[in-house]
Design a protein around this ligand. Sequence first.
Ligand code: F6P
Ligand code: MN
Length: 339
Amino acid sequence: MYGIGITLTQFMLDEQRRYGASGHFTGVLNDIATACKKIASLTSKGALVGVLGSANTENVQGEVQKKMDVITNEIFIEALQNNGNAAALASEEMEEVYNLPENKPRGRYLVLFDPLDGSSNMDINVSVGTIFSILRAPNGVRNPTEKDFLQPGVTQVAAGYCLYGPSTIMALTAGNGVNMFTLDRDCGEFILTRENVQIPADTQEFAINMSNERYWEEPIKRYIKECVAGKDGPRGKNFNMRWVAAMVAEIHRILTRGGIFTYPFDERVRHDSNGGKLRLMYEANPMSFIIEQAGGMAHTGYERIMEIQPTSLHQRIPVIQGSRNEVDLVVSYHRPNDD
Ligand code: F6P
Ligand code: MN
């Protein structure tokens, strides 16, 4: 326990001392915090600084990029490529691994990020976020390649997100619980505001895009049908539904008051992306690490997300995350012969 009110910098230096972490690790987190502060500033200014709307380009997944997708990606590169903490970068917004310029010093960590999750919310002034995952770089490799990044989620050294909402909040885990820091804009520091966050094991709140129902598999159809049936159905209690359309905001809500978030298997993309919409490396793995560290559960319905061996940088998978007992129930519906 460190004490509510200390700064993220103090927190990281304490961790570094306690666990003998390298200065590079503290440095990477510091670079990420710098990027998030810059993004927080831009999101709060919005139309005043001309950052709303489309960039009229497409990312590797063929999605139209928002201006802020491009700008925030640049902010992350700028923050991470100069200080000798990161070894290489990978982003949802870049097709290939980003190797640092030849004249820059190399650090020990691979950093993966979704620089602006839920970016279409920007134009309607609703919450957006950043998600990041930190992996160890292989020893002695100057310019890591895609295969060096293809590590299962269980090998993550740290992961976190930053939510740009009414306030800006960073949640962080380095495998020793989850802590949350709120950005104090007056002093420019992230301040520890919640320690050792725990997700309630039970919930009566679910988050899913209901408009896709006809493309789901039977286990998810059954689960949601039972939730919607409320106290008159097999669950015997009423459920509430929420959908912010930004994963960071959904996961933050779950860390705050419990719940289940799922972007489940979708028949339309069975063949081209394993039935998934969300990205394993930039979204599912870091969020699974955080959820598990807060006592929750993260699964595809068929396997624990963090144990999946990635096969490509931009791979997608189905995601079911949140309160432990609820995710466990959904997983049980995926087992053959369950009634
Ligand atoms: O990054 C993908 C994402 O924007 C998530 O943040 C969010 O949960 C989801 O897609 C929203 O999906 P939809 O457009 O189906 O509501
Ligand atoms: Mn995203």
